[in-house]
Design a protein around this ligand. Structure first.
Ligand SMILES: *[C@@H]1O[C@H](CO)[C@@H](O)[C@H](O)[C@H]1NC(C)=O
Ligand SMILES: *[C@@H]1O[C@H](CO)[C@@H](O)[C@H](O)[C@H]1NC(C)=O
Ligand SMILES: *[C@@H]1O[C@H](CO)[C@@H](O)[C@H](O)[C@H]1NC(C)=O
Length: 386
């Protein structure tokens, strides 16, 4: 297994949206605490990869080129979905817990690129992705929760104080699942990987339950997974072994891998419904990651994207411009002329333009769910209980 390809299959990061900072709008969420993988990671992965002596291309240009102007550890050309959401809620970009030297009172981001939902041991026992691979790293959802719990005493002390503090926080649990599945595809058929879905969903559910009952989380956003069958690393890896019938002729996506994502999302939503019924004073918001990406794949022009939508912006030679020997960040890699006209940035990760679109959709759910519970707040259910 080519190491760089396996890394590009694993990297998952984050997102964004423009600030609405009219003084009449009071930010009612006072902080954001976030768990996830590279779709959400705002700077942890360079640190974690260094612990394991793994090369991390995101520390090189042109990462960050569209917005920050320099690399920030984000897996993208600019802002991630979570960055746009923080802007919209009037909060600072959520600082990566391992990278930031300062206060976390406005929030902390425990997400790490390549993180799995399920603990690393599950995969190691099964020889996934291989017995010699350093992946998965010890950065699962459970480990991120431990990091959160060790930070907690610096944020609040008494149970009452903590309940109040986290009651005005917005929690992101995910995206989780893509690394579990993409890594497993290296050693298992898509049918075999399907049997892991209940384990992944149960792990997410347990984490949500713990955040609610042990820490007083009252507002949680839980994203589903992407359509992996439209993801350039999956398309590249399985190009030679997939017959024409494996593709959706309309989109060029691999059907079986998308079906797995739909299965995950449907089990996840059923689980969230159960949790919501059990915890009536809490808001659990499902965030659809799959649908908005399919919309962009199906109607690129509607979003200002170029025709060949499954091609990455930054990479090397190849059908999808994703090449394990010439990854984005490599001196020989090339970048497209206009990242804002592309859906995919460097492989699995999306461009800032795509992230902005997805953030707008998620903010619709976050803000509308909020209005139901609070008329006083422009965004976020500010319910400073006593
Ligand atoms: C963290 O910040 C403090 C105060 O600004 C500084 O004294 C300290 O050296 C910093 N630590 C690191 C590891 O950068
Ligand atoms: C993984 O990380 C957690 C949290 O930092 C730690 O408690 C645990 O011992 C680590 N596990 C392994 C196998 O290194
Ligand atoms: C990947 O890039 C290398 C170096 O430019 C090239 O030789 C190879 O053919 C490329 N692979 C594919 C699948 O195009």
């Amino acid at each position: 297994m080519n190491k760089l390809l396996s890394i590009s299959l694993l990297f998952l990061l984050s997102w964004s949206m423009p600030a609405i900072s009219s003084s009449s709008r009071v930010p009612c969420y006072k902080s954001i605490f976030s768990f996830g993988d590279s779709f959400t990671d705002t700077g942890n992965n360079p640190i974690v990869f260094e612990w394991y002596s793994i090369f991390d291309p995101v520390t090189r240009p042109p990462y960050g080129t569209s917005f920050f102007g320099l690399h920030t550890g984000r897996n993208g050309d600019g802002r991630l979905i979570i960055d746009f959401i923080a802007e919209n809620l009037g909060l600072p970009y959520v600082p990566a817990n391992l990278a930031h030297n300062g206060s976390f009172r406005s929030g902390a981001n425990f997400a790490v690129g390549a993180a799995t939902t399920v603990d690393a041991g599950f995969f190691h026992e099964r020889g996934i992705p291989s017995t010699t691979s350093k992946f998965p790293l010890n950065t699962s959802l459970g480990v991120q929760l431990e990091w959160f719990e060790s930070m907690k005493p610096s944020l609040c002390r008494t149970a009452r104080e903590c309940k109040k503090f986290f009651g005005t926080s917005l929690f992101f649990v995910g995206e989780f699942g893509v690394n579990d599945y993409h890594m497993s595809f290296q050693r298992r058929t898509v049918q075999e990987v399907r049997s892991f879905v209940p384990v992944v969903v149960a792990t997410i559910s347990k984490a949500i339950e713990r955040l609610i009952t042990k820490h007083g989380a009252r507002n949680l956003v839980v994203p589903g997974v992407i359509p992996s069958g439209c993801s350039p690393p999956i398309l590249t890896k399985f190009a030679d072994v997939s017959p024409a019938s494996a593709y959706d002729s309309r989109t060029g996506c691999l059907k079986a891998y998308n079906e797995l994502g739909l299965h995950h999302n449907s089990l996840l939503q059923a689980e969230l419904d159960k949790l919501q019924a059990k915890h009536r004073n809490v808001r659990i918001i499902y965030a659809d990651f799959f649908g908005p990406i399919m919309d962009m794949v199906e109607s690129p022009h509607k979003f200002g994207f170029e025709e060949d939508i499954l091609i990455v912006c930054c990479g090397g030679p190849g059908r999808y411009r994703l090449n394990s020997t010439v990854p984005c960040g490599d001196a020989a890699a090339t970048m497209c002329q206009d990242p804002s006209a592309r859906l995919y940035w460097d492989g699995v990760h999306l461009t800032e333009a795509a992230n902005r679109h997805i953030a707008n959709i998620w903010l619709g759910s976050i803000n509308s769910a909020t209005r139901v519970s609070s008329s006083k707040c422009a965004n976020g259910p500010c319910r400073p209980s006593g």
